[in-house]
Design a protein around this ligand. Sequence first.
Ligand code: PMV
Length: 318
Amino acid sequence: MTTASAPGKIILFGEHAVVSGTTAIGGAIDLRATVRVIDEPGRVLITTEDLALQGFSFDLTAGHIHSVQAAHATRYISAVLRELDARDMRVDIKSSLPLAAGLGSSACIVVATVAAVSRHQGHSLSKKEIAEVSHRLEKTVQNGLGSPMDTALATYGGYLQIARDITPLDLPPLSMIVGYTGMPHDTRREVEKVQNLRKRYPELVDPIFQAIGAISRRSIPLIKEGNAAETGELMNINHGLLASLGVSSREMEELVYAARGAGGALGAKLTGAGGGGCMIALPGSAGLEPLLVALRQARAAAFQVTVGCEGVRLEAER
Ligand code: PMV
């Protein structure tokens, strides 16, 4: 038996503008996908039992997919199993991340599966190899779409600065609240929307992108020195700029304002592509509890995360 786990992610600053080459900051979070590989002679079987993936069992050797949900999750996993020429094994997946919420759920499943299956086959892939294979596979399943950020964060963990290149950042862990609007988000649609706006109004959108990139860069020393007040302020400015690009929504604004108001957050912004998906909030002096309450009262699924967590790892056998 071989078990590996990999973390989900949030984008702290810089989404959308990063598509045009400015800086973004992402962080791995302590919600993980765990993949366990067990010998199963003559078959290749994928199972999952938890709520995030809504429980299914799928026999790749028999070739029937039972539900849309199963089809979605198995596309990623079976791409990995084909790539690694997996045989005679059962792959059990558990994930505590909501799907299609912008928290990198597919990337951490791919990365954990690559790590667990390759080790089970007796190979020792480096993190660089895991990140490369995983990015290529995720992109293939998503018809050529997908930045390397999610698979890189799931592999390396911590914080990454994404511009033309991906650079690790040495920053302390941050405690944040994630609020999920409950509306699945569609990254491709939101990216196209923003890029179309840019085509129509380059003289307006390019300076907004530049400002977003500047926010990302300014945030680095602030997070490093633990300056939560100014980090929060930058989150609020970043959110306003994203809203001006049309990627917020009424549901999202309600959560952002609930977090800043009753929740006492120092800052709140959408994270990822927007539309639906998630927002993040940095707790103020009253702590995490009022924020969780305020977001739940605003009908969000809200949970605490620690940002800057460890990347893919093999788990001890139990
Ligand atoms: O929706 P997510 O969390 O995968 O984030 C997308 C981030 C964008 O900047 C909007 C797109 C990208 O490829 O960087």
